[in-house]
Design a protein around this ligand. Structure first.
Ligand code: 4AD
Ligand code: MG
Length: 433
């Protein structure tokens, strides 16, 4: 009788049946006439037991030869067993090696992170990385669902661009048939015209920053989700940030319980972020608070990573810091009508030291103001003619934000460094594998 090939995600539907599984040997141990093999198939982990008196010589010899990460096909009877991890166990009677794995380099001892990053293609097989990748995938799904169920249209912005969006100091330059081109720092400038065409739009893709810093919060290639909404103004933008975040955090808590448990994430620390409102604090008040806490910071300064952590630690959920000095921020922002030295900008700082996860603003609707800003920021006007057209043909108030996926995922998973929140991290000193 041919046995059905199932995955570890399907165990419950096959209790007490004869089945076949394919996967890799995650771990194994021996005890007399028994071999315990933990099989990993990408969906989960299953303990398989090979008992010498009940299997052929050939199967037994195969079981004895197994090494870590050998790929195998294993068959037997699936039994429910409360003591087994995951609640099931396979009483194996047939075992075939599909691919041997001599001296698997990971897992025998604690490795340094550089070694692990060099072996990232294998490191992904570990329990912890597996859980993080699942949370990342669910986060992307939840983010798309949030926007698409609210009538946003997905607009893919280009990656090769003729000009900067977020300042010229972090541009990756490349040669475009003899002309300089840059890898996109943000899809925003391309979303704004799309908002005039489709009203509520978002993009979600890779973005690039030639960050010279080696911090745990910076990657040179990261994924960003950016909504852009016609007629939305600053207060509405703040509501959107908190509604979006609270919903996506709830969804992660609902859908990723198993993964978060594997990561030993204290999810009680995420609960508060599922409800709104989130605290809002004016930039000036934030500076005063930091000074009270003993920080060496003055009005007009940007926050450093430590300042952000101190500020965020005052709250149990993300805090929205609003109205930054205009000269700290990008050229396209709308000045605060009450004080034009400030921009209608918001940064959302995550709790537990995860820092800025969202940056957003109302966009300037004035051609005259933008022309001045482009000059002030030393940007080449020719490269922005198309962008300025938006203010010539039916200018409209609009606003949007960008959230870095890896910062969000790191916060959800409780991992200290962004490099584990993306399958193949790109860092100042890393382009391999
Ligand atoms: O604050 P930023 O630079 O804002 C923009 O790019 C706007 N154009 C977005 C918009 O309004 N549409 O970046 C937005 C977010 C940050 O809050 C952070 O989460 C993430 O992108 N981010 C990075 N993540 C990882 N590594 C880096 N080097 C990052 N730089 C920004
Ligand atoms: Mg920012």
């Amino acid at each position: 009788m041919k046995r059905p090939v199932i995955t570890i995600a399907q165990l419950a539907a096959h209790a007490d049946q004869e089945v076949t599984l394919r996967g890799w040997v995650y771990n194994w141990r021996k005890k007399g006439k028994l071999r315990f093999v933990i099989l990993r198939d990408g969906f989960g982990y299953l303990q398989c037991i090979v008992f010498r008196p009940e299997v052929s010589d050939e199967t037994w010899e195969t079981a004895v030869e197994l090494t870590q990460e050998t790929s195998v096909e294993i068959s037997g009877k699936l039994v429910a067993d409360e003591r087994a991890p995951g609640g099931y166990e396979l009483k194996a009677d047939d075992l075939k090696i599909l691919g041997t794995s001599p001296e698997y380099p990971l897992g025998k001892k604690d490795h340094g992170v550089d070694f692990l990053l060099n072996k990232r293609h294998l490191w992904l097989r570990s329990k912890r990385q597996h859980a993080i990748m699942r949370v990342r995938s669910e986060a992307q799904f939840a983010i798309r669902e949030y926007f698409q169920s609210r009538d946003y249209t997905l607009i893919d912005s280009p990656i090769l661009t003729p000009a900067a969006c977020e300042g010229t100091s972090t541009l990756f330059e490349t040669d475009y048939f003899g002309e300089p081109a840059f890898l996109s720092q943000s899809g925003q400038l391309y979303l704004e015209p799309a908002a005039a065409a489709l009203s509520k739009v978002f993009c979600f893709g890779p973005t690039f920053r030639a960050e010279k810093s080696k911090t745990r919060r910076h990657l040179t290639e990261f994924w960003m989700v950016e909504p852009e909404v016609a007629w939305l103004q600053f207060d509405g933008l703040l509501d959107l940030c908190e509604d979006f975040l609270s919903e996506v955090v709830s969804r992660i808590l609902d859908r990723c319980a198993v993964d978060l448990e594997r990561l030993e994430r204290d999810t009680s620390k995420l609960e508060a972020s599922t409800s709104t409102p989130y605290p809002r604090i004016d930039y000036g008040d934030a500076i005063n608070k930091l000074k009270e806490l003993g920080c060496q910071i003055e009005h007009g300064d940007d926050f450093g990573g430590d300042d952000e952590t101190l500020l965020a630690n005052l709250y149990d959920r993300p805090v929205l810091v609003t109205r930054y000095p205009a000269d700290l921020k990008a050229f396209y922002m709308q000045p605060d009508p009450k004080d034009p030295t400030r921009a209608l900008a918001v940064d959302v700082l995550a709790p537990e030291g995860y820092g800025e996860i969202i940056g957003g603003s109302e966009r300037s609707a004035s051609l005259e103001h933008l022309e001045k800003q482009i000059k002030l920021h030393g940007l080449p006007r020719e490269a922005f003619e198309w962008y300025l057209d938006l203010r010539t043909y039916g200018s409209f108030p609009h606003a949007g934000f960008g959230m870095g996926l890896e910062r969000f995922v790191s916060w959800m998973c409780g991992i200290p460094h962004l490099r584990e929140a993306i399958p193949y991290p790109r860092l100042i000193n890393r382009l391999y594998p």
